[in-house]
Design a binder for this molecule. Structure first.
Ligand code: FMN
Length: 416
């Protein structure tokens, strides 16, 4: 048998790397070398791990949420689960993790070390407490340690310290405003961002409460509470812990549209800097987050899935995009999508019809089936299997365009 050829260790070494643009800019009174930062999560809990992420090119890291000494963090394992969809693993990722087992003393040490080793990087820390004096002590100690900004977790899906289990601080407008005020009172030097949850009736009311508190920024949003699935033989949901389960925080690509909604609603209504988190995996996700109002973008699930090395793709993709768009800086993307978001009654009403490009149609009839059973019975079947649109019946809903597997084969055009 022929021996297989040994593949060189770096199989990508031949692929030219897109020339890196200067991606740096200022946001929140800080200088960012690029818009990509590691979110508070397992990837930012251990010194050696964070160090590797920063060395690989991330602009900074938010160290996993810490608490005052003596706070008990009672973890339960296994903590991870997954929502696989259509052959894609971790389309959504579930976790029942809690805050860090490292208390503030350890995190102070980590901040000092990291700031010394990486003075140019953004080193932030996330905190959670119950009592006013604990919130304020955490802030004071982190400031002394040299942190660049502080993120306050008001939205762990398993609940906040001192609240009922599963109850998040950011679900109460008055508690959000009061607690954010305590934190801001204690923060003399560094900016404070309040990490909120989309699990509220009106996200704008919460954002306004944060603004009233005097906090410097908002982190929007976080994981979403989810039941990740049920084993249909045993009926035990996932993750399974000896016959029991609970609600997970779901993260990853599946929640991106919800995060975009949250960020954009805040950005359209409240004048406050936003750090985006929830579902960003690629450079173009970051463009979308920034276009709807995020100043920087946090990554967590994508790093846990593919490793820190995705930063190379993020930076080269963003560089290429800026060149293509002839943008001078990453900041040119900021809020670009907001003027295009309107209420439903403000939307233009035009007569639209579906057009099928026969040359690219692969005759799969997906459009015919979708329109017959979920649309307006406006696509006719033909003996040659090339579907034909009945423009009398077609209302231009767009369903056929979205089920068609060939990009650009079906287009919605203004009907004259
Ligand atoms: C396993 C795990 C642990 C997390 N721990 C924290 C935490 O301690 N504090 C916090 O504010 N967010 C925590 N998060 C939430 C992330 O910071 C981030 O907001 C969330 O994962 C959404 O972003 P993503 O879709 O990029 O993962 C955690 C997420 C995961 C997956």
């Amino acid at each position: 048998m022929k021996k297989s050829k040994v593949v060189s260790e770096n199989i990508y070494s031949e692929i030219p790397i897109y020339p890196q643009r200067d991606l740096s800019y200022d946001f929140l009174g800080l200088h960012w070398e690029n818009p990509f930062i590691l979110a508070a999560a397992p990837s930012t809990d251990e010194l050696d791990i964070v160090r590797r992420g920063l060395q690989m090119g991330w602009a900074g890291a938010i160290l996993k949420t810490t608490s005052i000494e003596g706070n008990i963090v009672d973890l339960a394992y296994p903590m991870m689960s997954t929502f696989n969809h259509d052959g894609k693993k971790l389309f959504g990722m579930g976790n029942i993790d809690l805050i860090s087992e490292h208390h503030i003393d350890k995190v102070e040490y980590n901040v000092r070390k990291l700031k010394k080793e990486f003075p140019e990087k953004i080193i932030a820390a996330s905190i959670m407490a119950g009592r006013k004096e604990d919130w304020q002590r955490l802030v004071e100690r982190l400031e002394k340690a040299g942190v660049d900004f502080i993120e306050c977790s008001f939205s762990c899906p398993q609940g906040n310290i001192g609240e009922d289990p599963g109850k998040m601080l950011a679900q109460s407008i008055s508690a959000t405003e009061l607690t954010a005020k305590w934190v801001k009172e204690a923060a003399r030097r560094v900016p404070v961002s309040i990490k909120i949850t989309p699990h509220v009736t009106d996200i704008v009311d919460v954002a306004k409460a944060v603004k009233r508190s005097g906090a410097d920024a908002l982190t929007a949003a976080n994981s979403l509470q989810a039941l990740m699935g049920v084993d249909i033989k045993t009926f035990v949901p996932y993750p399974q812990l000896n016959g029991k389960s609970t609600y997970s925080g779901m993260t990853g690509p599946a929640i991106k549209p919800l995060t975009l909604r949250t960020i954009s609603e805040i950005a359209r209504n409240v004048d406050i800097p936003i750090l985006g988190t929830g579902g960003a995996s690629t450079w173009s996700d970051a463009v979308e987050f920034m276009a709807v109002g995020a100043g920087v973008v946090q990554y967590c699930t994508a790093v846990m899935h593919y490793g820190f090395r995705i930063i190379d793709d993020l930076k080269s993709g963003m560089s290429h995009y800026l060149d293509e768009m002839k943008f001078k800086s990453v900041k040119d993307i900021y809020r670009k999508a907001l003027p295009h978001i309107a209420t439903h009654d403000e939307l233009p009403r035009r007569k639209i019809r579906s057009h099928i490009n026969e040359a690219t149609c692969i005759q799969c009839e997906a459009c015919y089936l979708a329109c017959r059973d979920g649309g307006h019975m406006a696509i006719d079947r033909n003996p040659n299997r090339i579907p034909k649109v009945d423009w009398e019946r077609c209302v231009g809903c767009g369903l056929c365009e979205h089920v068609c597997p060939v990009d650009g084969c079906i287009e919605m055009k203004v009907f004259k």
